[in-house]
Design a protein around this ligand. Structure first.
Ligand code: SAH
Length: 243
């Protein structure tokens, strides 16, 4: 008997922001393999017989190598289980969901994807920030702040020329550098910019500043991961809501 893996997006944090299809999978699963960013409250939805496997990467622990996570998914499916791989936000937005799907396909394991609300859009929405707005932004660009093998994957000159909304995930440890790069390459230091921490959770916090002051203001307010960095005129609309 061969099982199946569902790559399910858990949404940005609030358990109400998983999809109906995702919740359905979770309730039926025999095994759930979950990440650190998944709200533990969602795990309560799993059946009593369901095996819960934590593969979350913690700052104080060595991360579980991606190969090991792939192997766990394949093992679980080969035991004939219905496996939910529960990932924060959307599984295909910076979550290595693509790599997991590839590994499953290679191993001959049936796999299905249930999209989720990405923090990049839904997280900002919960902070009252629309990623587009006819008067302020006609495009949005989601980038990672993470360095790959110590190298910066971005062309900051090109990114600084874009006048749409720029959303940076995994960027908090490099916030000052990111803002500086954008200013150096021509983006106005007065551009509204914000950091939204723990978006959609009860402890959500937002700091609104400008590109020139965001790093300092954010540090002063003690903002840390997981946070979204948003640069562009729409960031100023944060003020319109008290969420
Ligand atoms: N697949 C996820 C992103 C994974 S990368 C998604 O679609 O949302 C992890 C990064 O996402 C974090 O470092 C942070 O930048 C962002 N993130 C995820 N959840 C968040 C939340 N609730 N609040 C703020 N940022 C969040």
């Amino acid at each position: 008997m061969s099982g199946k893996v569902w790559l399910v997006g858990a949404g940005p944090g609030d358990p109400g922001l998983i999809t109906v299809m995702g919740l359905d999978c979770l309730k039926r699963a025999d095994a759930v393999v979950y990440d650190r960013l998944v709200n533990p409250l969602l795990l309560k939805e799993a059946a009593a017989h369901c095996v819960l496997i934590d593969v979350g990467k913690r700052a104080d622990h060595h991360p579980i190598p991606q190969d090991r996570i792939n192997a766990i998914l394949i093992e679980q499916a080969n035991m004939g289980r219905e496996v939910v791989r529960l990932k924060g936000g959307d599984p295909f937005v910076f979550g290595r969901g693509g790599e997991e799907a590839e590994a499953l396909v290679r191993a001959g394991v049936t796999c299905e994807v249930v999209p989720g609300i990405t923090s990049a859009i839904g997280g900002l929405a919960r902070a009252g920030i629309p990623v587009t707005h006819r008067d302020f932004a006609s495009s949005f660009h989601v980038i990672t702040g993470h360095l790959r093998d110590g190298k910066d994957p971005h062309n900051w000159r090109v990114l600084a020329q874009l006048d749409g909304t720029l959303i940076i995930l995994m960027g908090m440890s490099r916030l000052a550098d990111i803002c500086q790069q954008l200013i150096l390459h021509g983006r106005d230091a007065d551009t509204p910019a914000a950091v939204v921490m723990n978006a959609s959770h009860p402890e959500q916090r937002t700091v609104l500043a400008t590109l020139g002051t965001l790093a300092q203001e954010s540090a002063r307010a003690g903002m840390a991961a997981p946070s979204l960095i948003v640069i562009g005129d729409v960031a100023a609309l944060t003020l319109l809501q008290s969420l």
